[in-house]
Ligand binder design. Sequence first.
Ligand code: BTN
Length: 243
Amino acid sequence: SEIELTVLPEVDSTNREVAKRLSTAIGNTPVVLAEAQTAGRGRRGRPWSSPKGENLYMSLGISLAGGFQALEGLSLVLGVAVARALEEVGANPIGLKWPNDLYAFGKKLGGILVEIQGELQEGRVQVIAGIGLNVHMTRAESVDQPWTSLALAWDREDWRRSQIAAAMLAEISSSIRKFEEEGFAPFREQWQARDVFQDKPLTARDGDLSGLGGGIDAAGNYLVIKGDEFIAVKAGDISLRVQ
Ligand code: BTN
């Protein structure tokens, strides 16, 4: 399907904007980029710091075959696709924190918010995927975790947001095609190679489970190593234990 690209100077949230466009779109893939967001959203209801002109805020509408079971895999596939795009444009290496936070040198560089729109129709589900990437940002208010930006992490100022967005769209569309045809399996290794938690102490299930990072299983669940046991974690935040 054809990409329908819109670039806005300011919007509440590019995810909301794509949701509006998805309901009227026929077959096309709406993509919305904004210079600033007044109500940028993160996962778990958190706000997403979205100052003007410094970062990348992009959302796209995806019509996905395979229903709701496919969604968990999709989150991880998107993380891999975005990481690959960033590495292609020189932001290498990118780390992934389960399910799909983007990391550089141990700090959060960006995140992906996946939301479902509407009902399952003819075996397809409409998904809105929003990507937030810190590009030129060197200071931020009210960010509740260690963060970085492309400029800070690689000490370079010549990042071009249009080039980054184009690389992301290309990687995302080819990854989604592959995911629909072959499922999650071809992505497991690529996700795992970027796992920021591998062999590191972590807690999951809001602190109830602690162990070492053990990568992901074939379905994309995160595995926590406790003694000689692997425990699969589906939902809930995983956070590195503060030492
Ligand atoms: C996270 O919590 O890590 C996910 C952050 C996702 C932020 C992006 S910015 C573009 C899109 N629009 C939003 O309101 N959120 C996503």
